[in-house]
Design a binder for this molecule. Structure first.
Ligand code: UD1
Ligand code: UDP
Length: 375
């Protein structure tokens, strides 16, 4: 017993805090990597900002959290999320006394987790650091959250050189920023199989499959309706197009789906587990999304993707040619989507990718090495 506690005292402890689907997809591979090192104890604390979406991912990666703050409420406000996490995580930080708290990206879970660690004088490591649009309204509130986490963090794990340069321009010390690649590319190594098929893919066989997702807070309501009207028009115009739309559980998204109903070539389905989703991406002809992470995944596969937003914090895919901004207005979305589906030259321009701009699949290893050397 005495020997065990002596050994544990020498170990360093990393607490990983996350709560939404995309954070889980990008942090579970890191948890798996950190767990390989005997020099590190890894404690997992989920906020439960998402419930079903989070549990789906935890199950897939077989990650069992040590703590679950269980904060999700129906139609939760940003105040609900932030205040609940700040209050509930405090005693856990006091009990665990980690040497570092690792958060991811841009959610209120990341912001509140980092703020609580900062108040407890625990260093913060920011995974997927340095993404910026420099527009606080878009995406809202993510641009604030990631910028604020950047202020609180002393370890910045930037996925790309562009993200690193943003951080250096903001004055972060050079030796606190590492370019690691995005951990989502690591996750994709475990999910995609060339021979994958299922009933939805069988349904789409012989047609051009368009994979759609939509959930951004600043697009909720009227903007989503405009986007959905544009998509419906293209589907009605082009008989070889089928749309699969895994619908986010947010009731504010589900309130606006009427225009997509009653088409035999549009399927609205429950959120997919990540293995299914990645394999659907691999089979898709085109991706339509206002998501952040899907931009990385789709461009990583060289899959033409129309981003249903006016700006992106992931310009590398624009530069590589696989991403194009389609905005949120019905006519613009219709025009861009229709063009891609009817002009092979335009489509070809977007489907040529020689190198994945978001990473090489070894991001988790790089982050672990930094922690082992620096903690
Ligand atoms: C959140 C993040 C967003 C991220 C997205 C990924 C914030 C402010 N937004 O947005 O950055 O892109 O997750 O999906 O952090 N709900 C469920 N079950 C779930 C998840 C959500 O019922 O598993 C419903 C609840 O009613 C909840 C609502 O969706 O109140 C909104 O969830 P919330 O986490 O606040 O926002 P998202 O739009 O999911
Ligand atoms: N995703 C999933 N099932 C779905 C839709 C998306 O597993 O039905 C995954 C997708 O592969 C990506 C992540 O969810 O890794 C993106 O999450 P989301 O779009 O919700 O959030 P964002 O990236 O915009 O923050």
């Amino acid at each position: 017993m005495a020997q065990r506690s002596l050994c544990c005292q020498q170990k360093k402890k990393a607490m990983v805090v996350f709560g939404t689907r995309p954070e889980a997809i990008k942090m579970c591979p890191l948890i798996q990597e950190l767990s390989r090192y005997s020099e590190l104890d890894t404690v997992v604390c989920v906020s439960g900002q998402h419930r079903e979406l989070l549990d789906q991912i935890l199950d897939f990666f077989q990650v069992v959290p040590n703590y679950d703050l269980e904060i999700m409420k129906d139609r939760q406000s940003l105040n609900d999320i932030t205040s609940a996490i700040l209050l509930k995580i405090k005693p856990i930080l006091e009990q665990e006394k980690p040497d570092i708290v690792l958060v991811h990206g841009d959610t209120p879970t990341a912001f509140a987790g980092a703020l609580a660690a900062f108040y407890a004088r625990i260093p913060v490591g920011h995974v997927e650091a340095g993404l910026r649009t420099y527009d606080m309204d878009s995406p809202f509130p993510e641009e604030f959250n990631r910028t604020a986490v950047g202020l609180l963090a002393s370890y910045h794990f930037a996925p790309t050189e562009w993200a690193r340069d943003n951080l250096l321009r903001e004055g972060k010390p050079k030796d606190s920023v590492w370019v690691t690649g995005n951990t989502v590319i690591d996750a994709m190594k475990t999910t995609i199989s060339p021979d994958y098929t299922d009933e939805n893919l069988q349904w789409a066989k012989g047609s051009r499959l368009v994979l759609l997702t939509a959930h951004r807070r600043e697009n909720l309501g009227e903007k989503h309706e405009e986007i959905f009207r544009a998509i419906r028009r293209v589907v009605d115009e082009l008989p070889d197009v089928k749309v699969l739309f895994p619908v986010h559980p947010n009731p504010a998204v589900r309130d606006r789906l009427k225009v997509l109903q009653d088409s035999p070539r549009i399927r609205m389905i429950e959120p997919l587990d990540v293995r299914k989703f990645h394999n659907y991406l691999a089979h898709a002809y085109l991706v339509l999304t206002d998501s952040g992470g899907i931009q990385e995944e789709a461009s990583g596969m060289g899959k033409p993707t129309l981003v249903l937003r006016d700006v992106t914090e992931r310009p590398e895919g624009l530069w590589a040619g696989t991403l194009r901004l389609a905005g949120t207005q019905e006519d613009t979305v219709h025009q861009t989507f229709h063009l891609l589906m009817t002009n092979p030259g335009e489509y070809e321009k977007m489907s040529l990718l020689s190198k994945n701009p978001y990473g090489d699949g070894n991001a988790c290893q790089r982050i672990a090495q930094v922690l082992l050397e620096r903690l």
